[in-house]
Design a protein around this ligand. Sequence first.
Ligand code: SF4
Length: 210
Amino acid sequence: MLASNLQVKLPIHETFQCTVQGEGYWTGTLVDFIRLAGCPVRCPWCDTGYANGGKDLPSVPQSIAQLLAQLQSPRVVITGGEPFIHPNLPKLVAALLQADKQVSIETSGAYWQDVSPQAWITLSPKEHINPQYPVQEHFWKKANEIKLVVSTGEEVDFYKKYFIEGIKVPVFLQPEWESRERAIPIILELLKQHPSYRLSLQTHKFIGVQ
Ligand code: SF4
């Protein structure tokens, strides 16, 4: 890692440490979060504040050195917003790996930056919400898990063309939080049709942590 890369800055929405990953494959593990600012996709139910593009949300430049100094947990989750809109994402990932951190990145898959293959990629596609932001096809091969937010149940059909037979990575169906009372029974039915898929709940919200 070049020392000069430590001075590279990224727009940060917020960071927080020593919480648990609430969703998907790493549910229940101790993690730090780095939330990068900005996402153009505008999902109407976005629970990170980007439903309207996030114009009112904080965005403070922080250097990679500043971000490294805050770390406390073995795994760091880089999320947003949409992390892959930031050209300096690969440098951040490289610095975290060099600091012996495990790295997860959560993405809609609409953008790509050439990050280390050691990073765990959680693909949560939003093409069905906003077709202007289709998933870049190679994400279906690069992703380590797929997390599909389910509101109506039609989402699974929408992505059938991508969920190729024999997909190797775990596929999680996660109820959209505001629709969870309706979506959980829908997911239970979908699991009968797709027994290799799994239910993911936003456990951090059930236990009241960030
Ligand atoms: S892609 Fe993610 S961060 Fe962006 S608006 Fe949709 S839910 Fe929010």
